[in-house]
Design a protein around this ligand. Structure first.
Ligand SMILES: Cc1ncc(COP(=O)(O)O)c(C=O)c1O
Length: 404
């Protein structure tokens, strides 16, 4: 008798599929390909010397590295949580120490939020498009998605109302320079969404992974800060996920989730069950590095990524054929391209890799309802400006030949 694995897997496994982005990244590792696919930071911009110094400090300290190599509390390394509380306060949200949990990347927070809120068939509201990794985190808990269309100000309020009338458990959104479409939710829209969700008793999950990467325009308060403001200083409706992956490095896997104590304390129990705690030494090092260089390093990132964003927008303006439109993000890592109705992003990708040595992510992957076939996500974060221009020239050349 052999084990028939598929028969043993739990029903929820049907809701899990390999990320199209990750599968794709395997195919396009050739140097001749100009890839706009991976939404990842540029390793040339990692603060390697500061990290190296911080690890060295751990091993050379008088008391030895024992504590940093030991188990720690599930809530997270206390000085790091204090730093996060001070950071959140500087952004207008008063977060108490028992309202923040350090997670292994903000991705783990999304998994915990799925586990905390979603039972089979529960409704979850997401934007259209949304972060693919959030869909992957939530789907194993077997939700039914309600997708909310976006305009250039964020989620369309009529659709928010329709979704809230169906009583979802929460509304998940990435208000700043959203992955994948680069759209930023306007101040008015943020306030309106919080008010509507608070009135409907629906939680808001704010994913702020890119919030620090603003290149122009006025900065807009985070939703958790706006929520705290209307609630006397502390958040009541919004749960906020933060990450050091885009501001520092992803490899240390340090992020956080903060908000209402009732929800965060439940997630502390989940953290215990999942991995006891995030790597102690990585938290110690992250705390040391952010205490030392956070603001200066973020300024350096903004300068570099701004040039790349500008290079991509200029190249699109110079080369894109008629009928193709794109977003003009004020920050983040992504430009979102819309091809004429009826175009197929997946078919274009196949041709782009073979005929133009260019790669991107077809947009349908970012829709819970798998619509958006005529959209593409282009990441400008990892390529230098000249290479971005060349890649866009080649891609637009293909589009100009009516490749879709
Ligand atoms: C919108 C968004 N949220 C969360 C994450 C996860 O980031 P991390 O787990 O590295 O903090 C990403 C990563 O790309 C992202 O784009």
């Amino acid at each position: 008798m052999t084990v028939e694995w598929e028969k043993l897997f739990a029903g929820r496994v049907g809701g899990m599929s390999a990320s199209e982005i990750r599968e794709l990244l395997k195919l396009i590792a050739k140097p001749e390909i100009i890839s706009f696919a991976g939404g990842i930071p540029d390793p040339d911009l990692f603060p390697a010397p500061a990290l190296s110094r911080a690890y060295q400090k751990v091993f050379e300290s008088n008391s030895g590295p024992g504590d940093a190599l030991q188990y720690t509390i599930s809530e997270g390394y206390t000085p790091l949580r204090e730093w996060i509380c001070a950071y959140m306060e500087s952004k207008g949200a008063r977060i108490a120490m028992d309202e923040v949990l350090v997670t292994s990347g903000s991705q783990q927070a999304l998994d915990f939020l799925g586990k905390l809120f979603i039972g089979p068939g529960d409704l979850v509201a997401v934007t259209k498009p949304t972060y693919l990794g959030a869909l992957q985190a939530f789907s194993p808990y077997e939700p039914t998605y309600v997708s909310i269309a976006m305009d250039d100000q964020g989620p369309v309020l009529d659709e928010v109302d329709t979704a809230l009338a169906r009583k979802p458990k929460f509304l998940y959104l990435v208000p700043d320079f959203q992955n994948p479409n680069g759209i930023t939710v306007s101040l008015d829209r943020r306030i309106a969404i919080i008010e509507r969700c608070a009135a409907a008793g629906v939680a808001v999950i704010e994913d702020a992974a890119y919030a620090e990467l603003r290149y122009d325009g006025d900065s807009i308060p985070s939703m958790v800060a706006l929520d705290a403001e209307r609630n006397g200083g502390s958040p009541a409706t919004v749960i906020h996920c933060g990450s050091f992956s885009k501001t520092m490095v992803p490899a240390l896997r340090v992020g956080w989730v903060c908000g209402a104590k009732d929800a965060v304390q439940r997630m502390v129990l989940m953290k215990q069950a999942a991995d006891l705690h995030t790597s102690t030494i990585n938290q110690v090092v992250m705390h040391d590095v952010v205490s030392e260089i956070f603001q200066g390093h973020v300024r350096r990132l903004r300068d570099a990524y701004k040039q790349r964003r500008d290079a991509m927008l200029t190249a699109l303006a110079d080369f894109a054929p008629p009928g193709v439109t794109w977003t003009k993000p004020e920050g983040g890592m992504f430009v979102w391209v819309e091809l004429p109705e009826g175009s197929d992003g997946v078919a274009l990708l196949e041709r782009a890799i073979k005929e133009a040595n260019v790669a991107f992510v077809p947009g349908a992957a970012f829709y819970a309802d798998r619509s958006g076939k005529n959209t593409l996500r282009l990441a400008f974060s990892v390529n230098k400006p000249e290479r971005i221009r060349e890649g866009i020239r080649r891609l637009c050349g293909l589009l100009g030949q009516g490749a879709v």
